[in-house]
Design a protein around this ligand. Structure first.
Ligand SMILES: CCN(CC)CCN(C[C@]12C[C@](c3ccc(C(F)(F)F)cc3)(C1)C2)C(=O)Cn1c(SCc2ccc(F)cc2)nc(=O)c2c1C=CC2
Length: 381
């Protein structure tokens, strides 16, 4: 058992995230891969309970070559200190699937770390073990590739076992997820101080250019679905998060005791089709007369209107697979991003012009509903 602890210690000491930041235009930079390794498609098949062999090839054929409209490892463009967002992905997702949100935030002057969780809620993720550590842990030799003494190992999505009760698993995961968001923030703080941080990934990006790039008084947490619950858990645990934006939050994993302990403003941006009375009534437990808690619903959206898949298929397939709602995906994500920027300006005290979108925070738009479309029984006082 001790070797098990040592094993997880080495994972937990590391933090894995994709960093989006304002950069200089550079012709020579290539575009980042949307899905960096094929193993992610294996995990996605496991998550969707479909056969790996066939679907991994279909996913790779359909999505394997996609790039995101950004510049890989481009030099940071410093125009003053940037506010920081830590982003948490949903169940079965992973760090790269929310680029339409994270890249837009970066282009508006934020530094965004989209974390990849090691709680087995991601479709797949990988981590590095020092070869030496593996040797004395007498762990089975994996085929994992070794690069300069580091062994890359994959962790796949863990489905709920038959008969296993869901809450204990999800509650343990949401706590680990919050810790991983806090750890990512700690790593960014180290980077901001100019200290050399050991990066297991071989990139030519010069991290020292990020010294003094971050405004560490202006930090927000953001996330989708399970990541929305992670936002609330992270705000509860770490007051450095000044506010949170929860996109179509899934409230199930959270303890009831967590709600009264959250003191920061929260913005719930919901889809029209995903929410249900029980989930909404848990959000309403966070209502407060003194702390700003806001909720809007985007008309014609589904749960998948927030991750990138909503942009990648045609209308028919998209609607059939519930990856698209009735509303144009770009209009929906623009509303979500603008409302988010207005909320962050208000609660991080930014001196930008995002307050132009303040009306969206109160649902003032033909495609928005103030609050929720879900009828909730009279909340128990
Ligand atoms: C039967 C599987 N069953 C697992 C418990 C339910 C599976 N499911 C509905 C899905 C995700 C779906 C999806 C993805 C991707 C394609 C693709 F074809 F485009 F790749 C298709 C179809 C399958 C729609 C959800 O879990 C919904 N959901 C999500 S979806 C986050 C996600 C995952 C993978 C992605 F690629 C993109 C986004 N995140 C959450 O935090 C929560 C929930 C529910 C409660 C909490």
């Amino acid at each position: 058992f001790p070797s098990e602890c040592a094993h997880f210690k080495s994972i937990l000491s590391g933090s894995f995230f994709r960093l989006y930041y304002p950069c200089q235009e550079t012709e020579k930079a290539e575009k980042p891969d949307w899905v960096p390794c094929r193993e992610y498609f294996n995990g996605l098949a496991d998550f969707m309970k479909i056969n790996r062999t066939l679907s991994e090839r279909i996913f790779n054929h359909l999505f394997g070559s996609f790039k995101i409209p950004a510049y890989l490892d481009a030099p940071f463009k410093s125009n003053g200190k940037c506010p920081v967002v830590i982003f948490s992905h949903g169940l079965g997702a992973f760090r790269t699937l929310y680029s339409a949100i994270c890249a837009e935030m970066a282009s508006q002057g934020f530094i965004v770390a989209s974390v990849e969780h090691r709680d087995q809620s991601a479709s797949a993720t990988y981590y590095f073990n020092a070869e030496s550590e593996r040797a004395n842990e007498n762990l089975p030799k994996t085929s994992a590739s070794a690069q300069d003494g580091l062994v890359k190992e994959w962790m796949y999505y863990r489905a709920l076992q038959h008969g296993e009760s869901e809450f204990p698993l999800r509650n343990k995961q949401v706590k680990q997820r919050a810790d991983e968001c806090i750890l990512a923030l700690d790593k960014l703080t180290e980077v901001n101080s100019g200290r050399a941080v050991q990066n297991a990934l071989k990139t030519k990006f010069d991290w020292t250019t990020l010294e003094n790039s971050m405004d560490l008084c202006r930090i927000a947490a953001m996330g989708h679905s399970f990541g929305g619950a992670t936002v609330i858990e992270a705000l509860c645990k770490e007051v450095k998060f000044k506010c949170g934006v929860a996109l179509d939050a899934w409230m199930f994993p959270l303890d009831d005791e967590t709600f009264p302990r959250v003191k920061q403003p929260i913005f719930f941006i919901n889809s029209e089709k995903f929410q249900w009375a029980g989930n909404i009534s848990r959000m309403k437990k966070l209502d407060s007369a003194v702390i700003q808690r806001k909720m809007i619903t985007i008309r014609g959206t589904v749960h998948q209107s927030f991750p990138d898949f909503t942009f990648l298929t045609g209308n028919w397939i998209g609607k059939l697979m519930k990856l698209k709602g009735e509303i144009d995906p770009q209009i929906a994500i623009d509303l979500s991003n603008k409302a988010t920027l207005a909320f962050l300006q208000r609660h991080l005290g930014l001196e930008k012009d995002f307050n132009q979108w303040d009306p969206l925070i109160d649902g003032q738009d033909e495609n928005l509903i103030q609050g929720t479309n879900v009828t909730v029984l009279q909340s128990s006082i």
